[in-house]
Design a protein. Structure first.
Length: 239
């Protein structure tokens, strides 16, 4: 064999190994525990804003209760502005000895896009809601008072204009996941330059909402509750 070729063959694996060592590592997803779930967030400057526990009463047992945990996270932008808040609530364990009847109701609301995948069921939840333009703190206080009070108490405010997306899902087996998202509209809507683009600008957010809903449904069927929040449609706006 030509000694030059033999030398190249010997050096090639070393060179490839060196290049691999120098190559930039892909950003690793950020993961947080919340109840029975492993919450995985898309790349970005996320910060943990805290967790809390509660127990709620549910039928059919007169004194039946189910333990829940809530975790809230914030996404910071280039100037440390709060671009998004994601709040996830889920049951703490997979252990259920009896069927659970959830107060599942997904009413229509003016100015809110509502998708009721249960078709009006009052015993379980599968409800996606999207408010494109949140008109100041008053709307949030009226529609999500606990979240509004929690944010006000910590002097947190998402950069305006922002949108609200919420999804509620539950099964008779006792699995429950609720997700609330406040997001700067730049994360959900593209820039528009004409009427046609303006009319189509809401589609990415609705697709994202449906991807979120599907991720939640999948997570309830997994023993570790692995829940991957999909990347925002225009996450490139956040360094």
């Amino acid at each position: 064999m030509n000694p030059t070729i033999s030398t190249i063959r010997c050096l090639l694996p070393c060179a490839l190994a060196a290049l691999a060592a120098c190559a930039p590592l892909a950003p690793q997803p950020t993961e947080y525990p919340v109840g029975r779930s492993r919450l995985v967030l898309p790349p970005g400057a996320w910060e943990d804003l805290g967790a809390s526990d509660e127990a709620i009463r549910l039928l059919p047992e007169p004194d039946g209760r189910i333990a829940l945990q809530t975790r809230t996270l914030g996404l910071r932008g280039a100037g440390q502005e709060l671009m998004a808040v994601v709040r996830v609530q889920t049951n703490r364990t997979n252990e259920r000895e009896w069927a659970v009847y959830w107060p599942g109701y997904c009413p229509p609301q003016q100015g809110v896009t509502v998708e009721d995948f249960t078709q009006g069921s009052r015993v379980r939840m599968d409800c996606l809601r999207y408010k494109r333009w949140v008109e100041g703190p008053q709307w949030l206080e009226k529609n999500q008072p606990e979240l509004a009070q929690w944010m006000a108490g910590r002097k947190l405010a998402v950069s305006a204009p922002y949108s609200h997306m919420s999804y509620r899902y539950a099964t008779e087996g006792g699995a429950m996941v609720a997700v609330d998202v406040l997001a700067d509209q730049r994360l959900l809507r593209p820039k528009t330059h004409n009427n046609q683009e303006f009319l189509a600008a809401g589609r990415p957010a609705l697709r994202w909402g449906n991807d979120l809903a599907q991720a939640v449904r999948v997570s309830t069927g997994m023993m570790d509750g692995y829940l991957v929040i999909p990347p925002f449609p225009f996450a490139a706006a956040v360094p």
